[in-house]
Write a protein that binds this ligand. Structure first.
Ligand code: SF4
Length: 393
């Protein structure tokens, strides 16, 4: 299992699979073929169908401005498959590189991970738990023992705080054709003493920054990036939880997300929104449980409940924009993470489902979802959104 650092990528929204991943691929090709003057990009399936709202072309053009695009659909191929073909000045094709954006900004290049080496021997929660019990160490010690230097998480923490802080200051409409208004600031001012209202405002703030293609941290993806920062920001500013403890909590969250990525998926295009928002909820509730001195069993229980009750959640962003239903979904997931952490404290002794079992179930469910419910904007709300007369955005 690879490092948790790759789960917390710092980059520009609105979609880790559709912006951060393709941007990394473009940079890779630019650096490898410095003499190439022209590029052809072939985008398949989800990258093709939600490309406009997900700003895929804008991300690639940061590094490869001289490119043309071909859009293709083939349900037998991976939903986030794309090719980059570099050409020299005589229009000779220099290569044809296959990329698959597997979620959270992670890439497969010609079938192999771009940069990643395994840093963990254990790959599921059961083995990790047994290792911790046998070695008489806690989950945090287990992670740091395997990861080594995690000072990168300081920057992750800072960006999470700044994305919420920046989002709270802004008014107006989000970019794109949906004309969705920002809600974070108004909500924040509405009931500034009420915990759930504040956490909702903070989740809006981070998600609205993502929807505006601003700098965010994937947690574990761009689309689900508002859940964890909302809770971190609240605990830091309103409950005086220390930066050190919050970073430890983020590291615990990272391990949970990592186990999900290893055994299932964190990509909406592969597993539906249960894989993105469900994973973020599990990570957030595990983080909260750790910060509240919860045991290993409580942490597992909180993460398990979070996924269990996100099962089947479809990915149907309207017109491909990571706005409807994505932003509100982050808000509700942050609140649900509070509830899952709270419930886990009471029920963990009598639970019947393990975290590993629910992850396996989520993955199977995701594979059974029709393609129209996996980040293609061809089904669900993406299909029906125009039916309503009222103009709430
Ligand atoms: S519906 Fe969920 S999975 Fe799909 S783009 Fe929005 S947040 Fe991501």
């Amino acid at each position: 299992m690879i490092s948790i650092k790759n789960l917390f990528e710092i980059g520009y929204g609105p979609s880790s699979s559709h912006t951060i991943g393709p941007a990394k691929a473009a940079l890779y090709v630019k650096e490898k073929y410095t003499f190439a003057v022209y590029f052809k990009i072939i985008l398949y399936n989800s990258l093709n169908l939600t490309g406009e709202g997900h700003a895929t072309k804008e991300s690639i053009s940061r590094y490869l401005p001289d490119a043309t695009y071909e859009l293709k659909k083939d349900n037998k191929k991976h939903p986030n498959l794309f090719y980059i073909i570099p050409y020299d000045s005589n229009m000779n094709e220099l290569d044809k590189i296959e990329f698959i954006s597997v979620g959270g900004g992670l890439l497969l290049i010609n079938g192999s991970p771009l940069i990643e080496n395994d840093v963990y021997k254990e790959t599921n929660f059961k083995d990790i738990k047994n290792y911790c019990i046998n070695s008489k160490i806690g989950l945090y010690e287990y992670i740091t023992k395997n990861e080594g230097d995690l000072s990168y998480m300081d920057e992750v923490f800072d960006v999470m705080i700044s994305e919420v802080r920046d989002g709270l200051k802004k008014d107006g409409l989000l970019p794109g054709v949906l004309k969705v208004s920002r809600k974070a600031k108004a909500l924040f001012l509405e009931e500034p003493e009420e915990k759930r209202n504040l956490i909702s405002a903070f989740a809006y703030a981070a998600s609205e920054e993502n929807a505006s293609s601003n700098l965010i941290v994937t947690a574990p993806t761009c689309g689900a990036c508002g859940v964890i920062p909302a809770i971190v920001y609240y605990l830091y500013n309103y409950e005086n939880v220390t930066r050190k403890l919050l970073i430890e909590g983020l590291i615990i969250a990272g391990l949970i997300g990592n186990i999900i990525r290893e055994n299932a998926t964190i990509s909406g295009a592969v597993g539906g929104c249960q894989a993105e928002i469900g994973s973020a909820t599990a990570m957030a509730s595990a983080m909260l449980t750790y910060i509240n001195s919860g045991t290993l069993d409580m942490i597992e229980c909180a993460a398990e409940i979070s996924i269990e009750h996100s099962l089947g959640l479809t990915c149907d962003p309207v017109r491909g924009y990571v706005q409807i239903p994505c932003i509100e979904r982050n808000v509700l997931a942050a609140l649900r993470a509070l509830d899952c952490a709270s419930l886990a404290k009471s029920i963990y002794k009598n639970r019947k489902i393990s975290l590993d079992t629910i992850i396996k179930t989520m993955y199977q469910t995701g594979k059974d979802l029709k393609a129209k419910y996996r980040e293609t904007s061809l089904g669900g709300l993406a299909l029906n959104w125009g039916d309503d007369e009222f103009n709430c955005w």
